[in-house]
Design a protein around this ligand. Structure first.
Ligand code: RP5
Length: 183
């Protein structure tokens, strides 16, 4: 398996094809920002089902805690992984097919009862990684604090954007406040 890490890999990033790499690398970059070890590989539920099964069977014993699976078209990678491991699976439906990702979204999100896949939006690799950070943060206060700081930064950015717009604001509009919430 192709591996890249910033510490022992806790998150496994899988994708159905190398054509998914540009999007799925966004998840890797987020994990790097948060100092979370990860590994990344390609495995296809349809073209290499044995590889997917082997990865799922070994993931937990190798110390992985969350799997992120990105696939496009008739996307079954996340679902197959979910059926083979008790680790939480985050599915990333990918655009690229003639249906623009709607096919992958429905294939990924519509799991049968009992076998959930936490599905983010089409192309939502960044959000997938952030959700992985939140999951890992439930047992890692330092990581949770880094995530909180990230959210505070997002809120500040909204405040700054609102402040730039303020001269054109409507009378009575609530002025931006420091540390306000993103909405
Ligand atoms: C899916 O089919 C992959 O995840 C990819 O998004 C899509 C197309 O794959 P390639 O034909 O580009 O390899 O299984």
């Amino acid at each position: 398996m192709t591996g890249r890490s910033g510490g022992p890999p806790l998150v496994g990033i899988l994708m159905g094809s190398d054509s998914d790499l540009a999007t799925m690398e966004q998840a890797a970059r987020v994990l790097e920002e948060f100092g979370v070890g990860y590994e990344m590989t390609i495995a296809s539920a349809h073209r290499s089902p044995a590889r997917v099964e082997r990865y799922a069977a070994e993931a937990e014993s190798r110390g992985l805690q969350v799997l992120i699976a990105g696939a496009g078209a008739a996307a079954h990678l996340a679902g197959v992984l979910a059926g083979r491991t008790a680790l939480p699976i985050i599915g990333v439906p990918l655009a690229g097919s003639s249906l623009g990702g709607l096919d992958a979204l429905l294939s990924t999100v519509q799991m049968p009862g009992g076998v959930p896949v936490a599905t983010v939006g089409i192309g939502g690799a960044r959000n997938a990684a952030l959700l992985a950070v939140q999951i890992l943060g439930t047992a890692d206060p330092g990581l949770r604090e880094r995530y909180r700081a990230y959210r505070a930064r997002l809120a500040r950015e909204v405040d700054e954007k609102a402040a730039r717009l303020a001269p054109r604001g409507e009378p009575g509009m609530v002025p931006p406040t420091a540390g306000g919430e993103a909405g």
